[in-house]
Design a protein around this ligand. Structure first.
Ligand code: AMP
Ligand code: ZN
Length: 116
C-alpha cells in the first residue's frame, strides 16, 4: 500500500528495529515506547484495521497472535505477564491505518482497561 508507513517498514523502505520477521508478519520496537518492552506486530499484508478482517485472513491473524506469544517468551515477559492491545478506528485511538498489535510488558501495567 503506497504511503503506508508500516507497509514501508515491512518492505524495508523505512528502517525500524525489527525483532522478528517471517513471510507473513513483522515485529519491531515502537518508536515511542510506553513500557520497557513495546513491540508492534503487523501483517505484511496491508489490512487497514480490525474492521477489515475477512475470513481469508483467519490464518494470518492467528499467526500474528502466535508471533506475539513467541516474542513474549523471547523477551522474557511471559511469566510476569504482558498486555496485547489493538486500537481500531478514531475512537479506538488508531493512528496508523495498518492493523497492528502492541505488545507491552517489562513493568506492572495496572488493571485499567483504558490507557488514558
Ligand atoms: P496506534 O495509535 O495504535 O495506531 O499506534 C501507532 C504506534 O506506532 C504508536 O505507538 C507510535 O509510537 C508507533 N510508530 C509510529 N511511527 C513509527 C515508526 N516509524 N517506527 C516504529 N513505531 C512507530
Ligand atoms: Zn500498510
Amino acid at each position: 500500500m503506497k504511503d503506508c508507513i508500516f507497509c514501508k517498514i515491512a518492505s524495508g523502505e523505512i528502517p525500524a528495529q525489527v525483532v522478528y520477521e517471517d513471510e507473513q508478519v513483522v515485529a519491531f520496537n515502537d518508536i515511542n515506547p510506553v513500557a520497557p518492552v513495546h513491540i508492534l506486530l503487523i501483517p505484511r499484508l496491508h489490512i487497514p484495521s480490525f474492521n477489515d478482517i475477512i475470513p481469508e485472513h483467519k490464518e494470518l491473524i492467528g499467526h500474528l497472535a502466535w508471533a506475539a506469544g513467541k516474542l513474549a517468551r523471547l523477551k522474557n515477559i511471559n511469566e510476569k505477564g504482558y498486555r496485547l492491545i489493538m486500537n481500531c478506528g478514531r475512537d479506538g485511538g488508531q493512528e496508523i491505518i495498518h492493523l497492528h498489535f502492541h505488545l507491552l510488558g517489562g513493568r506492572p501495567l495496572g488493571s485499567s482497561l483504558v490507557a488514558d
